[in-house]
Design a protein around this ligand. Structure first.
Ligand SMILES: Cc1cc2nc3c(=O)[nH]c(=O)nc-3n(C[C@H](O)[C@H](O)[C@H](O)COP(=O)(O)OP(=O)(O)OC[C@H]3O[C@@H](n4cnc5c(N)ncnc54)[C@H](O)[C@@H]3O)c2cc1C
Length: 128
């Protein structure tokens, strides 16, 4: 399934529960391992990207789960910013990078990444 927003993610999680299945949100499927595979309902975040919200004072940026690092890099560059460290590629989504602790290979510490919203059944979201 390819949800178009949080409401559709929540609906998909409900649907999976009602069918006795697990729902797995994946990123770009760019992991080296099979962590993104499932025999339940697979949720593709292709439509969950979006515009980055940059807080210039706090030097933080908030993005939707499906935003790829490629798109994030372009948006940051347009605003005169950049991540302090990146991995070897940029196909990953923000959520995939957060989930697996993606880190770069250059100098300096990797950027601090935090996830914050999770769909749950029955219908709703929770913060983490
Ligand atoms: C060629 C290549 C080069 C790489 N280089 C580097 C590197 O330099 N440094 C490095 O650290 N890693 C590197 N990696 C590994 C890769 O960056 C990570 O595995 C990254 O997590 C992939 O992101 P993804 O969006 O494809 O996530 P996926 O592989 O699709 O998913 C990863 C995990 O995150 C979970 N997930 C994804 N999105 C969500 C969501 N919205 N909600 C809940 N769970 C979610 C998935 O269920 C899965 O368990 C490389 C991989 C490849 C293939």
């Amino acid at each position: 399934m390819t949800p178009r927003g949080v409401d559709e993610v929540v609906a998909a999680v409900d649907q999976a529960k009602n069918r006795g299945l697990r729902a797995r949100m994946v990123g770009a499927g760019h992991s080296f391992t099979d962590v993104a595979l499932t025999d339940g309902i697979l949720l593709d975040p292709a439509l969950l990207g979006g515009t980055a919200e940059i807080d210039a004072d706090a030097l933080t940026v908030t993005v939707s789960a499906g935003t790829t690092l490629h798109d994030l890099n372009l948006q940051l560059e347009d605003a005169g910013y950049a991540l302090t460290n990146t991995g070897g590629g940029s196909a990953q989504t923000a959520a995939g990078a957060i989930s697996t602790g993606t880190h770069g290979t250059g100098r300096g510490a990797p950027p601090g990444l935090r996830g914050r919203c999770r769909g749950r059944a029955p219908g709703g979201t929770t913060s983490c």
